[in-house]
Design a protein around this ligand. Structure first.
Ligand SMILES: C[S@@+](CC[C@H](N)C(=O)[O-])C[C@H]1O[C@@H](n2cnc3c(N)ncnc32)[C@H](O)[C@@H]1O
Length: 271
């Protein structure tokens, strides 16, 4: 059994998303199929039952992962020679969910203590390399640019844990280093910013990371640098999942609730 004691507060949250995908996989007609997540969960020494009541997160993580799987697949359909990098990959096995596409290369990056765990739990593939480093440092950029191929950056469930200064510095770094690239990421429910203590799953973790970043209007990012373009934005509630609690489905019907209580999956192009 793999111990999770060395994980920091943000890294511990990867246990929520892998738990969510494992639960969904075992559900008949579930939103996502991730058999690797089921096996990973069995091999981790952690009391996942603390998340049993986190219904919103469980469904939300799976809709998000499913939408981002489809966005990633669409990019690969257009660019079969792509290089993909997942930043803050945690224990996500998207490369395997997409049936190990024969692209140029797929990188999964996370902090060294996470990669140490991931190396022992996740399926491997010659075209799937792990990068133990911080996404906020530039080293990974040299690695992906060296291929001289179209690059897709995926950053799921991560940016919300950085503050405004860190997020803006991160995008400034991307704009400086990339001529052209596509990035998929998610925008935290706006009202959840500063409110992780009320979040159904994060409040149950041992170290309780805080939600520090979200924008009411994603397009505001375009003001940070003229190379940033929000090209797609998907609202969680548009996926009409009837398993969400009735009061949330009601709130999402109001313009106020739609905008402030919705998680969003975003495609951003840098050019
Ligand atoms: C909620 S988890 C998301 C994991 C995965 N993307 C998923 O959707 O299952 C957040 C991840 O961000 C990673 N992370 C936090 N700070 C990071 C940093 N500076 N560089 C790279 N990864 C980081 C954590 O270790 C953790 O794996």
């Amino acid at each position: 059994m793999k111990n999770t004691d060395k994980l920091g507060n943000i890294s511990e949250t990867m246990l929520i998303t892998v738990w969510a995908r494992a639960v969904e996989t075992e559900r008949k007609g579930g939103l996502i199929k991730d058999p690797a997540a089921v096996e990973i969960l069995k091999a981790i020494n952690y009391d996942f039952s603390v998340f049993n009541k986190a219904v919103m997160s469980q469904i939300g993580c799976c809709i998000r992962a499913n939408v981002m799987d489809r966005q990633a697949q669409a990019f690969l359909d257009k660019h079969p020679d792509a290089v993909v990098i997942q930043l803050g990959a945690g224990l996500d096995t998207r490369y395997h969910r997409l049936n190990c596409p024969d692209i140029t290369h797929w990188y999964d990056l996370d902090l060294p203590e996470v990669v140490d765990i991931r190396r022992q739990l996740c399926p491997t593939h010659p075209k799937n390399t792990l990068l133990p480093m911080s996404m906020l440092e530039e080293d990974w950029i040299d690695q992906v640019l060296a291929h001289n191929k179209p690059v897709l950056i995926i950053c799921e469930g991560v940016l919300m844990y950085f503050d405004d200064v860190e997020v803006q510095a991160f995008f400034a770094m991307l704009c400086q280093r990339f001529e052209h690239t596509t990035m998929l990421f998610d925008m935290l429910v706006y009202m959840a910013k500063g409110n992780a203590k009320h979040h159904d799953a994060v409040k149950k973790t041992k170290q309780k990371a805080e939600f520090k970043w979200s924008l009411l209007n994603s397009k505001d990012m375009e003001q940070w640098n003229n190379k940033l373009h929000i090209t797609e934005e998907y609202y969680m509630s548009d996926y009409g999942c009837k398993r969400f609690p009735w009061f949330m489905r009601l709130l999402w019907k109001t313009p106020w609730g739609y905008k402030r209580l919705n998680q969003r999956m975003i495609q951003l192009d840098i050019f």
